[in-house]
Design a binder for this molecule. Structure first.
Ligand SMILES: NC(=O)c1ccc[n+]([C@@H]2O[C@H](COP(=O)([O-])OP(=O)(O)OC[C@H]3O[C@@H](n4cnc5c(N)ncnc54)[C@H](OP(=O)(O)O)[C@@H]3O)[C@@H](O)[C@H]2O)c1
Length: 300
């Protein structure tokens, strides 16, 4: 597909979707924001990044031509339904890019695609927060790692240029699984703990949480090893604590979802880990307890 015919679709008006759209708009790159309700031709947004405000008009018109690059920055539990809704607008050889926290969506997603469509995963450390219906804050300047998921993507050229503009700096890797498992380690500690305690990430660096975090990381490593993912528990615990320290002033997404009584990604983070542990015949009591405590207080 030549760049001339490239049609980019970004699903939803969530924090990461609007971040990608805003960065493209700032660089005069065309895209279509694909909203559930197709009422408006454009969305007015104030984008705040690096202490600067940018008033933007984001294009929400449905594309007239097939989408060649579809970015799905939706919560893990929305991936299946979002694919079902938007894949019919995509070209038979389109690049489809998932971007979410948690694991457990890839096998179903592969089955939903047409044989020529390439499935990718983008794991990002950017932070974004919708502080109002027309206000997006770029709360953390990060980077993104992109890797192929299905076989056809493994033999294809990565959709580097546009994703680099949207969520860069972009690194392309041939095997995305180690990246996803490392992100899962961080999410499986920081998200449930901050959601249970209702605290900011930085609280977890206090000494009283150290032993609990180390146990969670050790259990995580045992499960990861059964999946061929080898991590050194002490250095992984250090990584988790560094992320908590570097994002000390932020609330995790699970904490925010719970505070606002929105559905969260517990099933795709702790739930995924527990399922993998059960399959491997391993007990992970610290994760089990955390999961049960959160399930017990989960809004109906
Ligand atoms: N925000 C961050 O800083 C950050 C950083 C790293 C990773 N992540 C991860 O990235 C993912 C996205 O995060 P987010 O913060 O952007 O989530 P979010 O704010 O919940 O955004 C997701 C958006 O997608 C929309 N959506 C879902 N299904 C749709 C469909 N079929 N058609 C159109 N729109 C649809 C949702 O609309 P409804 O509300 O109507 O369902 C929502 O507006 C999550 O897995 C999150 O954990 C986020």
């Amino acid at each position: 597909m030549s760049t001339k015919n490239a049609i980019t679709g970004i699903v939803g008006q969530g924090a990461i979707g609007l971040l990608a759209a805003s960065q493209l708009a700032l660089r005069q790159q065309p895209f279509h924001l694909l909203l559930r309700q197709h009422q408006h031709h454009s969305l007015v947004l104030n984008f705040r990044t690096r202490q600067q405000d940018y008033p933007l008009l984001l294009n929400c018109q449905r594309p007239q031509l097939p989408i060649t690059l579809l970015l799905l920055p939706v919560k893990a539990f929305s991936v299946q339904s979002a694919l079902a809704q938007w894949l019919p607008l995509c070209a038979p050889d389109a690049d489809i890019v998932l971007c979410h926290n948690g694991m457990g969506t890839l096998e179903l997603a592969k089955q939903q695609l047409q044989p020529g469509q390439k499935l990718w995963f983008a794991s990002t450390t950017h932070g974004a927060l919708k502080s109002g219906p027309h206000q997006l804050e770029h709360t953390g300047i990060g980077r993104t790692v992109l890797g192929p998921v299905n076989d056809i993507a493994k033999d294809a050229v990565a959709p580097f240029a546009l994703l680099n503009e949207a969520l860069g700096p972009l690194e392309v890797v041939s095997d995305i699984l180690p990246v996803l498992w490392q992100k899962l380690a961080i999410n499986a500690v920081i998200n449930p703990l901050t959601a249970l305690l209702m605290v900011k990430n930085g609280t977890l660096t206090e000494p009283q949480y150290r032993a609990h975090i180390e146990q969670l990381v050790t259990e995580f490593c045992q499960v990861a090893w059964t999946q061929g993912q080898r991590f050194d528990a002490p250095s992984l615990a250090q990584t988790v604590l560094s992320v908590a320290a570097n994002t000390a002033g932020n609330y995790s997404s699970m904490q925010q979802d719970r505070a606002l009584q929105r559905p969260d990604e517990l099933e795709f983070i702790s739930g995924f880990l527990l399922a993998a542990a059960a399959k491997a015949g391993i007990g992970i009591p610290a994760h089990q307890q955390l999961y049960q405590q959160l399930r017990a207080v989960k809004p109906a």
